[in-house]
Ligand binder design. Sequence first.
Ligand SMILES: [Fe+2]
Length: 195
Amino acid sequence: MVKNLFASQIYQAKIMKSKTDLLELSREIYKIRDIDLVGQKWSKKNYVTGYTSYGSMDQLQQFSSSFSDLNQMLKPHLKTFLKSLGFKISVNQLQLNSMWTNIMSQGSHHSFHIHPLSVISGTFYVQVPKGSAAIQFEDPRHGLMMASPPRDGVFHSLVPTAGDVVLFESWMRHQVPAQTVKQDRISVSFNYDWR
Ligand SMILES: [Fe+2]
């Protein structure tokens, strides 16, 4: 008998179905990009060919109701995920620490990273053209594997669709390989901390 222990969990759910709502949100995000000159400059250096408000406007929940509404919409999903993870804290003990937006244009990518000091991180997908880059998670045991032969399943690619949210524990390493299609992939990312 083989037992699977200490499985990693990724949460995915469709939280926005209306194409009009998604389109409106994408328009708002392009407007943010257009006014955010500091972010454009930051992105030129740190997010080549794309735009992210990570280095300039990472409190979007305080900037417009579209994003504070998104925070509210996430609550029941966070609650479910916390329960599934076995955490002994309630959803009210999580606090939205930061929320920013990303426009991945053709050629932009985001290499492997974690979101330090947070509990749950995630991304809401606003626009995901066909053929867009996936989000790729790394087996968290990878760095501990000594003298281990190559094996399948060290990386898992998850392809979201517009309106999806993906939640994961903040220590889980992930990347987004290069966006190869011409249309932009647009998302909103966030971190929840334990208060
Ligand atoms: Fe990330």
